[in-house]
Ligand binder design. Structure first.
Ligand code: MLT
Length: 405
Protein backbone atom coordinates (compact mmCIF):
# COMPACT_ATOMS: atom_id res chain seq x y z
CA UNK A 1 0.00 0.00 0.00
CA UNK A 2 1.34 3.36 -0.96
CA UNK A 3 1.18 5.68 2.04
CA UNK A 4 1.17 9.45 2.01
CA UNK A 5 3.47 11.78 3.90
CA UNK A 6 1.23 12.25 6.97
CA UNK A 7 2.54 15.78 7.40
CA UNK A 8 0.49 16.88 4.40
CA UNK A 9 -2.61 16.28 6.49
CA UNK A 10 -1.48 19.08 8.78
CA UNK A 11 -1.51 21.70 6.01
CA UNK A 12 -4.32 24.23 6.30
CA UNK A 13 -6.90 24.40 3.50
CA UNK A 14 -5.34 25.06 0.12
CA UNK A 15 -2.40 27.27 -0.71
CA UNK A 16 -3.53 30.88 -0.20
CA UNK A 17 -3.33 32.01 -3.81
CA UNK A 18 -5.11 28.87 -5.01
CA UNK A 19 -7.99 29.64 -2.65
CA UNK A 20 -8.15 33.24 -3.90
CA UNK A 21 -8.22 32.06 -7.54
CA UNK A 22 -11.01 29.64 -6.69
CA UNK A 23 -13.13 32.39 -5.14
CA UNK A 24 -12.43 34.75 -8.04
CA UNK A 25 -13.39 32.10 -10.64
CA UNK A 26 -16.62 31.35 -8.78
CA UNK A 27 -17.39 35.06 -8.69
CA UNK A 28 -16.60 35.41 -12.40
CA UNK A 29 -18.88 32.49 -13.26
CA UNK A 30 -21.75 34.08 -11.36
CA UNK A 31 -21.00 37.57 -12.73
CA UNK A 32 -19.66 37.09 -16.24
CA UNK A 33 -20.10 40.76 -17.12
CA UNK A 34 -18.38 42.20 -14.10
CA UNK A 35 -14.82 43.44 -14.57
CA UNK A 36 -12.26 41.89 -12.23
CA UNK A 37 -9.24 43.96 -11.22
CA UNK A 38 -6.52 41.76 -9.79
CA UNK A 39 -4.50 43.26 -6.98
CA UNK A 40 -4.14 40.00 -5.10
CA UNK A 41 -1.17 37.84 -6.04
CA UNK A 42 1.98 39.80 -6.75
CA UNK A 43 2.07 38.92 -10.42
CA UNK A 44 3.52 41.49 -12.78
CA UNK A 45 1.69 42.94 -15.78
CA UNK A 46 4.30 44.94 -17.71
CA UNK A 47 6.06 43.05 -20.51
CA UNK A 48 9.65 41.95 -20.03
CA UNK A 49 12.26 44.68 -20.64
CA UNK A 50 13.10 44.86 -24.35
CA UNK A 51 16.75 44.28 -23.56
CA UNK A 52 15.81 40.93 -21.97
CA UNK A 53 13.56 39.74 -24.77
CA UNK A 54 16.13 40.61 -27.42
CA UNK A 55 18.81 38.69 -25.45
CA UNK A 56 16.37 35.75 -25.19
CA UNK A 57 15.63 35.85 -28.94
CA UNK A 58 19.32 35.84 -29.68
CA UNK A 59 19.81 32.93 -27.26
CA UNK A 60 17.09 30.94 -29.00
CA UNK A 61 18.95 31.53 -32.28
CA UNK A 62 22.08 30.19 -30.58
CA UNK A 63 20.16 27.01 -29.84
CA UNK A 64 19.17 26.70 -33.49
CA UNK A 65 22.77 26.60 -34.63
CA UNK A 66 25.07 23.59 -34.13
CA UNK A 67 28.06 25.89 -33.50
CA UNK A 68 26.42 27.82 -30.67
CA UNK A 69 24.02 25.16 -29.41
CA UNK A 70 23.93 24.50 -25.63
CA UNK A 71 22.85 21.31 -23.92
CA UNK A 72 23.01 20.95 -20.14
CA UNK A 73 24.44 24.07 -18.58
CA UNK A 74 26.25 24.34 -15.25
CA UNK A 75 23.73 23.56 -12.48
CA UNK A 76 24.88 26.64 -10.57
CA UNK A 77 24.28 28.93 -13.53
CA UNK A 78 26.36 30.26 -16.40
CA UNK A 79 29.28 32.56 -15.57
CA UNK A 80 27.80 35.13 -17.96
CA UNK A 81 25.04 35.59 -15.36
CA UNK A 82 26.80 34.78 -12.07
CA UNK A 83 29.57 37.28 -12.75
CA UNK A 84 27.38 40.35 -13.36
CA UNK A 85 25.24 39.38 -10.36
CA UNK A 86 28.31 39.33 -8.11
CA UNK A 87 29.74 42.46 -9.71
CA UNK A 88 26.56 44.55 -9.56
CA UNK A 89 24.63 43.27 -6.58
CA UNK A 90 27.36 42.20 -4.18
CA UNK A 91 30.75 43.52 -5.22
CA UNK A 92 31.27 45.89 -2.33
CA UNK A 93 29.86 43.21 -0.02
CA UNK A 94 32.46 40.61 -0.87
CA UNK A 95 30.21 37.94 -2.38
CA UNK A 96 31.85 36.32 -5.40
CA UNK A 97 30.39 34.73 -8.55
CA UNK A 98 31.02 31.21 -7.27
CA UNK A 99 28.87 31.98 -4.22
CA UNK A 100 25.84 32.61 -6.46
CA UNK A 101 23.52 29.72 -7.34
CA UNK A 102 21.15 30.54 -10.18
CA UNK A 103 17.76 28.82 -10.09
CA UNK A 104 14.26 28.92 -11.50
CA UNK A 105 13.07 31.36 -8.86
CA UNK A 106 13.05 32.32 -5.21
CA UNK A 107 9.87 30.40 -4.43
CA UNK A 108 11.56 27.07 -5.14
CA UNK A 109 14.76 28.13 -3.40
CA UNK A 110 13.04 29.29 -0.21
CA UNK A 111 10.97 26.11 -0.30
CA UNK A 112 13.85 23.73 -0.94
CA UNK A 113 16.59 24.94 1.35
CA UNK A 114 14.94 23.62 4.53
CA UNK A 115 15.69 20.06 3.45
CA UNK A 116 19.38 20.60 4.26
CA UNK A 117 18.56 20.84 7.95
CA UNK A 118 17.78 18.25 10.58
CA UNK A 119 14.28 17.13 11.32
CA UNK A 120 14.35 18.71 14.78
CA UNK A 121 15.40 22.15 13.52
CA UNK A 122 13.45 24.80 15.39
CA UNK A 123 11.92 27.22 12.91
CA UNK A 124 11.19 30.88 13.52
CA UNK A 125 9.06 32.64 10.97
CA UNK A 126 7.33 35.98 10.76
CA UNK A 127 3.60 36.25 11.25
CA UNK A 128 2.20 37.33 8.81
CA UNK A 129 4.37 35.21 6.54
CA UNK A 130 4.84 34.26 2.89
CA UNK A 131 3.11 30.85 3.16
CA UNK A 132 5.91 28.96 1.39
CA UNK A 133 8.24 29.21 4.42
CA UNK A 134 5.63 27.75 6.70
CA UNK A 135 4.03 25.12 4.45
CA UNK A 136 7.33 23.59 3.37
CA UNK A 137 8.34 23.07 6.98
CA UNK A 138 4.92 21.56 7.70
CA UNK A 139 5.46 19.15 4.80
CA UNK A 140 8.89 18.32 6.19
CA UNK A 141 7.39 17.39 9.56
CA UNK A 142 8.77 20.23 11.69
CA UNK A 143 5.53 21.97 12.61
CA UNK A 144 3.75 19.79 15.15
CA UNK A 145 -0.01 20.13 15.21
CA UNK A 146 -2.10 23.12 14.23
CA UNK A 147 -3.66 24.32 17.44
CA UNK A 148 -5.73 27.51 17.85
CA UNK A 149 -4.57 28.89 14.54
CA UNK A 150 -0.85 28.15 14.92
CA UNK A 151 1.58 25.26 14.55
CA UNK A 152 2.77 24.21 17.98
CA UNK A 153 6.48 23.80 17.14
CA UNK A 154 7.03 27.01 15.18
CA UNK A 155 8.27 30.19 16.82
CA UNK A 156 6.15 33.00 15.45
CA UNK A 157 7.76 36.40 15.04
CA UNK A 158 4.77 38.66 15.39
CA UNK A 159 4.90 41.61 13.03
CA UNK A 160 2.22 43.99 14.17
CA UNK A 161 1.31 47.64 14.32
CA UNK A 162 2.91 47.71 17.77
CA UNK A 163 6.41 46.90 16.48
CA UNK A 164 5.93 48.69 13.14
CA UNK A 165 5.81 45.24 11.52
CA UNK A 166 9.45 44.55 12.37
CA UNK A 167 9.55 41.49 14.61
CA UNK A 168 11.41 41.50 17.93
CA UNK A 169 13.94 38.81 18.82
CA UNK A 170 12.16 35.71 20.12
CA UNK A 171 12.24 34.58 23.74
CA UNK A 172 12.64 30.91 22.68
CA UNK A 173 15.74 29.99 20.64
CA UNK A 174 15.28 29.03 17.00
CA UNK A 175 17.84 27.33 14.74
CA UNK A 176 16.51 28.61 11.44
CA UNK A 177 15.10 32.12 11.08
CA UNK A 178 13.15 33.33 8.05
CA UNK A 179 13.23 37.08 7.41
CA UNK A 180 11.92 38.97 4.40
CA UNK A 181 12.56 42.67 3.68
CA UNK A 182 10.98 44.58 2.03
CA UNK A 183 8.40 42.37 3.58
CA UNK A 184 5.84 40.25 1.87
CA UNK A 185 3.02 40.81 2.83
CA UNK A 186 3.31 43.93 4.99
CA UNK A 187 5.59 46.00 2.76
CA UNK A 188 7.61 46.98 5.86
CA UNK A 189 11.33 47.61 5.48
CA UNK A 190 14.08 47.02 8.05
CA UNK A 191 16.84 49.49 8.86
CA UNK A 192 20.46 48.38 9.19
CA UNK A 193 20.44 48.46 13.00
CA UNK A 194 17.31 46.27 13.00
CA UNK A 195 18.95 43.67 10.76
CA UNK A 196 22.14 43.88 12.81
CA UNK A 197 20.21 42.71 15.87
CA UNK A 198 19.21 39.58 13.98
CA UNK A 199 22.69 38.93 12.63
CA UNK A 200 24.21 39.28 16.11
CA UNK A 201 21.51 37.03 17.54
CA UNK A 202 22.12 34.36 14.90
CA UNK A 203 25.86 34.49 15.66
CA UNK A 204 25.33 34.16 19.39
CA UNK A 205 22.96 31.23 18.94
CA UNK A 206 24.60 29.44 16.01
CA UNK A 207 21.37 29.97 14.09
CA UNK A 208 21.00 30.57 10.37
CA UNK A 209 19.03 33.43 8.78
CA UNK A 210 17.24 32.82 5.50
CA UNK A 211 16.92 36.33 4.14
CA UNK A 212 14.40 36.77 1.35
CA UNK A 213 15.30 39.91 -0.59
CA UNK A 214 12.99 39.25 -3.54
CA UNK A 215 11.71 42.84 -3.36
CA UNK A 216 15.02 44.67 -2.82
CA UNK A 217 14.74 46.48 -6.17
CA UNK A 218 11.83 48.49 -4.72
CA UNK A 219 14.01 50.11 -2.06
CA UNK A 220 14.42 53.75 -2.99
CA UNK A 221 15.46 55.05 0.43
CA UNK A 222 19.26 54.97 0.27
CA UNK A 223 19.58 54.53 4.02
CA UNK A 224 17.84 51.13 3.92
CA UNK A 225 19.87 47.94 3.36
CA UNK A 226 19.13 46.07 0.13
CA UNK A 227 21.11 43.04 1.22
CA UNK A 228 21.66 41.36 4.57
CA UNK A 229 25.33 41.20 3.62
CA UNK A 230 25.51 44.94 4.27
CA UNK A 231 25.57 43.92 7.94
CA UNK A 232 29.02 42.99 9.25
CA UNK A 233 29.31 39.28 9.92
CA UNK A 234 26.15 38.34 8.02
CA UNK A 235 28.00 36.17 5.53
CA UNK A 236 28.74 33.69 8.33
CA UNK A 237 25.13 33.32 9.46
CA UNK A 238 22.83 34.26 6.59
CA UNK A 239 21.98 33.35 3.05
CA UNK A 240 20.12 35.63 0.68
CA UNK A 241 17.41 34.84 -1.85
CA UNK A 242 16.83 37.07 -4.84
CA UNK A 243 14.44 36.90 -7.72
CA UNK A 244 14.15 38.43 -11.18
CA UNK A 245 10.36 37.99 -10.97
CA UNK A 246 9.49 41.31 -9.43
CA UNK A 247 12.72 43.10 -10.39
CA UNK A 248 12.35 42.53 -14.11
CA UNK A 249 8.99 40.87 -14.73
CA UNK A 250 10.24 37.26 -14.81
CA UNK A 251 7.28 35.72 -12.93
CA UNK A 252 6.37 33.68 -16.01
CA UNK A 253 9.83 32.84 -17.31
CA UNK A 254 11.37 32.04 -13.89
CA UNK A 255 14.84 32.96 -12.72
CA UNK A 256 16.33 33.78 -9.34
CA UNK A 257 19.33 32.96 -7.23
CA UNK A 258 20.71 32.30 -3.77
CA UNK A 259 23.89 33.92 -2.49
CA UNK A 260 25.68 31.66 0.01
CA UNK A 261 29.07 32.73 1.27
CA UNK A 262 31.74 30.09 1.69
CA UNK A 263 32.13 31.52 5.20
CA UNK A 264 28.67 30.31 6.21
CA UNK A 265 28.87 27.33 8.58
CA UNK A 266 26.28 24.86 9.83
CA UNK A 267 26.76 21.98 12.27
CA UNK A 268 26.22 18.24 12.49
CA UNK A 269 24.99 16.48 15.63
CA UNK A 270 28.54 15.92 16.84
CA UNK A 271 29.12 19.67 16.68
CA UNK A 272 31.43 19.58 13.64
CA UNK A 273 31.04 22.49 11.28
CA UNK A 274 30.13 22.10 7.61
CA UNK A 275 30.04 24.51 4.72
CA UNK A 276 26.47 25.45 3.81
CA UNK A 277 27.76 26.41 0.37
CA UNK A 278 29.06 22.86 -0.18
CA UNK A 279 25.83 21.28 1.09
CA UNK A 280 23.64 23.44 -1.14
CA UNK A 281 25.94 22.80 -4.07
CA UNK A 282 25.50 19.06 -3.49
CA UNK A 283 21.74 19.35 -3.31
CA UNK A 284 21.41 21.80 -6.20
CA UNK A 285 23.55 19.73 -8.57
CA UNK A 286 21.69 16.54 -7.63
CA UNK A 287 18.17 17.87 -7.98
CA UNK A 288 18.44 20.72 -10.48
CA UNK A 289 19.84 20.89 -13.99
CA UNK A 290 20.17 24.63 -14.34
CA UNK A 291 17.82 27.41 -15.42
CA UNK A 292 17.40 27.44 -19.17
CA UNK A 293 20.02 29.14 -21.34
CA UNK A 294 17.69 31.72 -23.00
CA UNK A 295 16.26 32.73 -19.63
CA UNK A 296 19.71 33.19 -18.09
CA UNK A 297 20.72 35.26 -21.13
CA UNK A 298 17.62 37.40 -20.58
CA UNK A 299 18.48 37.80 -16.89
CA UNK A 300 22.08 38.77 -17.66
CA UNK A 301 20.81 41.56 -19.94
CA UNK A 302 19.34 43.30 -16.89
CA UNK A 303 22.88 44.18 -15.82
CA UNK A 304 23.72 46.08 -19.00
CA UNK A 305 23.35 49.90 -18.90
CA UNK A 306 20.13 49.72 -20.98
CA UNK A 307 18.87 46.86 -18.82
CA UNK A 308 19.42 48.85 -15.64
CA UNK A 309 17.51 51.78 -17.09
CA UNK A 310 14.58 49.62 -18.23
CA UNK A 311 14.37 47.87 -14.88
CA UNK A 312 14.43 51.17 -13.00
CA UNK A 313 11.59 52.51 -15.15
CA UNK A 314 9.59 49.36 -14.54
CA UNK A 315 10.01 49.52 -10.78
CA UNK A 316 9.21 53.26 -10.80
CA UNK A 317 5.97 52.46 -12.60
CA UNK A 318 4.89 49.93 -9.97
CA UNK A 319 6.01 52.21 -7.13
CA UNK A 320 3.78 54.95 -8.56
CA UNK A 321 0.87 52.48 -8.43
CA UNK A 322 1.79 51.61 -4.85
CA UNK A 323 1.68 55.30 -3.96
CA UNK A 324 -1.75 55.65 -5.57
CA UNK A 325 -3.03 52.68 -3.54
CA UNK A 326 -1.59 53.89 -0.27
CA UNK A 327 -2.76 57.48 -0.69
CA UNK A 328 -6.25 56.40 -1.78
CA UNK A 329 -6.68 54.03 1.13
CA UNK A 330 -5.32 56.56 3.60
CA UNK A 331 -7.70 59.17 2.22
CA UNK A 332 -10.51 56.77 3.00
CA UNK A 333 -9.29 56.62 6.58
CA UNK A 334 -7.45 53.28 6.51
CA UNK A 335 -4.12 52.88 8.24
CA UNK A 336 -1.52 51.58 5.79
CA UNK A 337 2.04 50.37 5.77
CA UNK A 338 4.32 49.62 2.82
CA UNK A 339 3.97 50.95 -0.69
CA UNK A 340 6.92 53.34 -0.44
CA UNK A 341 9.90 51.00 -0.74
CA UNK A 342 7.73 48.02 -1.59
CA UNK A 343 5.10 46.96 -4.12
CA UNK A 344 2.71 45.87 -1.37
CA UNK A 345 0.37 48.02 0.68
CA UNK A 346 -0.86 46.49 3.92
CA UNK A 347 -4.20 47.93 4.93
CA UNK A 348 -5.89 47.71 8.31
CA UNK A 349 -9.51 47.02 7.47
CA UNK A 350 -11.12 46.85 10.87
CA UNK A 351 -12.99 43.76 9.61
CA UNK A 352 -12.13 40.04 9.36
CA UNK A 353 -9.89 39.91 6.29
CA UNK A 354 -11.74 37.23 4.31
CA UNK A 355 -15.01 39.16 4.89
CA UNK A 356 -13.37 42.30 3.54
CA UNK A 357 -11.95 40.33 0.60
CA UNK A 358 -15.38 38.84 -0.27
CA UNK A 359 -17.16 42.14 0.21
CA UNK A 360 -14.68 44.03 -1.97
CA UNK A 361 -14.84 41.38 -4.70
CA UNK A 362 -18.60 41.32 -4.61
CA UNK A 363 -19.11 45.09 -4.68
CA UNK A 364 -16.22 46.24 -6.86
CA UNK A 365 -14.64 43.26 -8.61
CA UNK A 366 -11.31 44.26 -7.00
CA UNK A 367 -9.21 41.35 -5.77
CA UNK A 368 -6.91 41.87 -2.80
CA UNK A 369 -5.23 39.28 -0.58
CA UNK A 370 -6.76 38.63 2.84
CA UNK A 371 -4.18 39.18 5.56
CA UNK A 372 -5.43 36.20 7.57
CA UNK A 373 -4.14 33.97 4.77
CA UNK A 374 -0.63 34.99 5.81
CA UNK A 375 -1.09 34.12 9.48
CA UNK A 376 -2.91 35.03 12.67
CA UNK A 377 -1.33 38.51 12.86
CA UNK A 378 -2.68 39.24 9.39
CA UNK A 379 -6.27 39.02 10.58
CA UNK A 380 -8.00 42.37 10.14
CA UNK A 381 -5.70 43.35 7.26
CA UNK A 382 -5.62 42.95 3.49
CA UNK A 383 -2.73 43.31 1.08
CA UNK A 384 -2.96 45.24 -2.18
CA UNK A 385 -0.39 44.53 -4.86
CA UNK A 386 0.84 47.37 -7.09
CA UNK A 387 1.63 45.11 -10.03
CA UNK A 388 -1.45 45.87 -12.12
CA UNK A 389 -1.46 48.61 -14.75
CA UNK A 390 -1.66 52.30 -13.81
CA UNK A 391 -5.12 52.53 -15.39
CA UNK A 392 -6.49 49.51 -13.56
CA UNK A 393 -4.93 50.56 -10.28
CA UNK A 394 -6.58 53.96 -10.54
CA UNK A 395 -9.89 52.40 -11.61
CA UNK A 396 -9.74 49.97 -8.68
CA UNK A 397 -9.10 52.73 -6.19
CA UNK A 398 -11.98 54.79 -7.62
CA UNK A 399 -14.29 51.78 -7.21
CA UNK A 400 -13.10 51.13 -3.66
CA UNK A 401 -13.68 54.78 -2.78
CA UNK A 402 -17.19 54.59 -4.18
CA UNK A 403 -18.01 51.45 -2.25
CA UNK A 404 -16.55 52.70 1.00
CA UNK A 405 -18.62 55.88 0.72
C1 MLT B 1 2.80 37.00 -3.62
O1 MLT B 1 1.79 37.49 -4.14
O2 MLT B 1 2.95 36.94 -2.39
C2 MLT B 1 3.85 36.48 -4.52
O3 MLT B 1 3.57 36.78 -5.83
C3 MLT B 1 3.98 35.06 -4.42
C4 MLT B 1 5.25 34.57 -5.04
O4 MLT B 1 6.14 35.34 -5.39
O5 MLT B 1 5.35 33.36 -5.14
Amino acid sequence: MIKINENYKKLQASYLFVEISKRVSEFQKKNPDKEIIRMGIGDVTLPLPAVCTSAMHKAVDDLANAKTFKGYGPEQGYDFLREPIAENDFKSLGVSADEIFVSDGAKCDTANIQELFSQDTVIALPDPVYPVYSDTNVMAGRSGNFINGRYENFIYLDSTEKNNFIPDLPSKKPDLIYLCFPNNPTGATAAKDQLKKWVDYAKENKALILFDAAYEAFIRDASLPKSIFEIAGAKEVAVEFRSFSKTAGFTGVRCGFIAISKECKVWDKEGNSHSLHALWNRRHSTKFNGASYPIQKGAAAIYTPEGKKEVKDMIDYYLTNAKVIRESMEKLGYKCTGGDNSPYVWVKTGKPSWDFFDFLLDKTGVVCTPGAGFGACGEGYVRFSAFNSKEKTEAAMAKVAEFVK
